[in-house]
Design a protein around this ligand. Structure first.
Ligand SMILES: NC(=O)c1ccc[n+]([C@@H]2O[C@H](COP(=O)([O-])OP(=O)(O)OC[C@H]3O[C@@H](n4cnc5c(N)ncnc54)[C@H](OP(=O)(O)O)[C@@H]3O)[C@@H](O)[C@H]2O)c1
Length: 344
């Protein structure tokens, strides 16, 4: 495994991170009609991650693992499962870099969401209980909260570092100007800086190239990116190459997520077709190409970019990890940029 670091913090994280928004599902549903998690397969995934050196685990206080958006009946399950699996497999907690998030709704009363001091102080304790841990390594603001002064959120995160509950501060899904303001306030007040970012980024969805990536480079932040496979689209599984049309394989995320099916456009179909042809010409799978593309973009853009992947089984993770061996030249990146950006 390769490990990534940055100029603002000393921690080393694996070049690939394992996410827990979606976890391996069993065919069974619970009393609410929601898919149950296949705990044995999830254990196999974690064991494989550990064995290949993936130390960076991504979760959030709201994640369940098989449903999104998460009803209040199911929030917190992913954190509980991570704690249970690390304990039951006898894995060394200190090996892992555990990242979790705060801001989403956790109950139905006032102050049960957001980035106020009251909410954050409540939720860090709850996350630590669910995870069965004494601290988390990276604590992200999951989204912006326009009702809370930035200084209140930053000073609370700063206190959490001092109390030993968290090691590093992160933010996710926040506009470029709010992000810069957070960092300026942290610098002016002597608070812990924002060291980790988390945004959506993949070969098809590249909004952050115009502002977030230059900011990450300027401040030396580690940029973790979610949906690196565009929720599975870039694996090619949703394309019938012969009929040139979209398909939804059974037990794929496309069956349960509107977010996947929203990407079924004519333009994406054309782009994906070219992407898959290119992967074939390089003798790699579309999945390997999609992950390798991000790892090479990281070098090219001079920003540590860590793809966070979710998997439905250990085999999927094996394929993802093998992307670390795929080599792309600057001509390959140029060709792929052309296909993605130009209107085909
Ligand atoms: N900060 C945020 O707001 C935010 C938002 C979203 C996600 N995240 C984080 O980012 C992580 C990753 O996001 P994501 O789940 O959208 O990532 P993704 O890697 O783009 O999509 C993962 C899905 O692709 C399919 N897949 C993965 N490997 C495969 C393979 N080798 N072959 C075939 N199919 C494969 C699986 O779906 P199926 O097998 O079910 O088809 C899997 O659930 C999440 O777990 C979460 O930790 C954060």
């Amino acid at each position: 495994m390769k490990y990534v670091t940055s100029s603002v913090c000393g921690i080393k994280v694996s070049a690939i991170s394992l996410g827990t928004w979606y976890l391996p599902r069993s065919g069974e549903r619970d009393e609410y009609g929601i898919y149950k998690i296949d705990v044995d397969e999830t254990k196999r995934v974690f064991k494989l991650a550990y064995d290949v050196g993936i130390n960076f685990i991504d979760t959030a206080n709201r994640y369940h693992g098989a449903v999104s958006p998460v009803p209040l009946t199911h929030v917190g399950y992913a954190e509980r499962l991570i704690g249970r699996i690390i304990y039951e497999l006898g894995l060394e907690r200190e090996f892992f870099v555990i990242a979790t998030k705060v801001a989403g709704e956790m109950a139905s009363w006032p102050n049960a969401s957001g980035l106020s001091r009251k909410h954050i102080m409540w939720q860090i304790r709850e996350s630590l209980k669910r995870l069965q841990m004494e601290y988390v390594d990276v604590y992200y603001a999951h989204r912006f909260d326009p009702e809370v002064p930035k200084r209140e959120t930053l000073s609370t995160f700063n206190d959490l570092v001092r109390f030993g509950y968290i090691r590093y501060v992160g933010v996710s899904n926040i506009s470029a100007h709010d992000l810069v303001e957070y960092q300026m306030i942290a610098n002016m007040c002597g608070y812990e800086p924002v060291s980790f970012l988390q945004y959506k980024y993949n070969w098809l969805e590249r909004d952050i190239e115009k502002d977030i990536i230059p900011i990450a480079r300027k401040f030396g932040m580690v940029l973790t990116v979610y949906s690196p496979l565009a929720q599975g689209l870039l694996t090619g599984k949703y394309v019938d190459t012969l009929k040139k049309q979209w398909i939804v394989p059974s037990m794929s995320r496309g069956e349960i997520s509107d977010g996947v099916r929203k990407m079924f456009t004519d333009e994406n179909l054309k782009k994906l077709h070219l992407f898959m042809e290119f992967a074939k010409s390089m003798n790699v799978s579309p999945t390997q190409l999609a992950i390798a593309w991000i790892l090479h973009k990281s070098v090219h853009l001079e920003v540590p970019i860590v793809p966070i992947v979710s998997v439905s089984n250990a085999k999927q993770l094996e394929e993802i990890v093998s992307s670390l061996d795929v080599k792309l030249g600057s001509d390959d990146l140029e060709y792929l940029d052309g296909v993605a950006i130009e209107n085909v």
